[in-house]
Design a protein around this ligand. Structure first.
Ligand code: FE2
Length: 251
């Protein structure tokens, strides 16, 4: 039986309005993201279909689990670019990193090692979902004194900050930018995280929105999210700065 309630809503926007994605795990085999060049190519094909034009992929750099460095990341990126070329896929793709704020990170910033950056000398950082590292504000400050712009990945996922919302405000006062995960908006990480995502957006505290794409399930959910009214509203109305990064890159 036909019913107006069965009518499918056609998405009016896709991620082309953002242009660039700044957070994903597509360098094959070096973290918990794409496990092979073929998988990465398949995921990238879907990102292109959803409107993305440029990608900054960000492998984890984490002392124990993923001890990546500029060499392992650039080698992996070369393998990925080769696979993309063989598959006839054209997209501008580069790599930075998602730095876990641990002892290795402290060492990197203390010893003046060069960090892998997003456009505008931005450094993407993450931390434990259980508690903040004791040196959190020191790290944010230290990055800035070295000429980097810190960007905190998925701030909405740190529920210990939700309980103490003023900490978000303090991080912003320290000059830290925030990158929200798209899938937080549709509840993929749970309701408290979804609520925090909306609260941060309502308070205009979010700078960038990213996919944090790891695997096929995420790609399917990203596609599904385009049919979500709230996602559509934010894509059309919220001033995400993703496009600014494209400008910094010279596009
Ligand atoms: Fe990530």
């Amino acid at each position: 039986m036909l019913s107006i309630f069965n009518k499918k809503t056609t998405p009016t926007l896709d991620y082309a309005v953002l242009g660039l994605d700044l957070h994903s795990h597509l360098v094959p085999g070096i973290d918990d993201g794409a496990d092979s060049p073929e998988t990465a190519v398949a995921l990238i094909r879907q990102l292109i279909d959803m409107g993305y034009q440029r990608l900054y992929t960000t492998p984890h750099v984490m002392s124990d689990l993923y001890p990546n460095n500029p060499d392992s990341i650039s080698d992996g990126l070369s393998r990925l670019k080769q696979a993309l070329q063989q598959a006839g896929i054209q997209i501008e793709i580069d790599a930075a990193a998602e730095y876990y704020m641990d002892d290795t990170f402290e060492h990197l910033i203390t010893e003046d090692h060069e960090l892998l950056t997003l456009p505008g000398n931005r450094v993407l950082v993450e931390m434990s979902f259980v508690s903040a590292p004791p040196g959190l504000f020191h790290y944010i400050f230290r990055l800035q004194t070295k000429g980097y712009q810190p960007v905190l990945a998925h701030p909405e996922r740190y529920l210990f900050l939700k309980k103490n919302f003023s900490q978000y405000e303090r991080l912003k006062e320290y000059g830290c930018e925030f990158q929200l995960n798209l899938l937080s908006l549709i509840g993929h990480y749970g309701q408290p995280i979804q609520e925090t995502a909306h609260k941060l957006l309502k308070n205009n505290m979010i700078d960038f929105i990213g996919t944090d794409l790891h695997h096929q399930r995420h790609a399917e959910l990203l596609q599904k999210a385009l049919a979500d009214k709230m996602v559509q509203r934010y894509l059309s109305q919220y001033p995400f700065k993703n496009t600014e990064l494209m400008a910094v890159m010279g596009g």
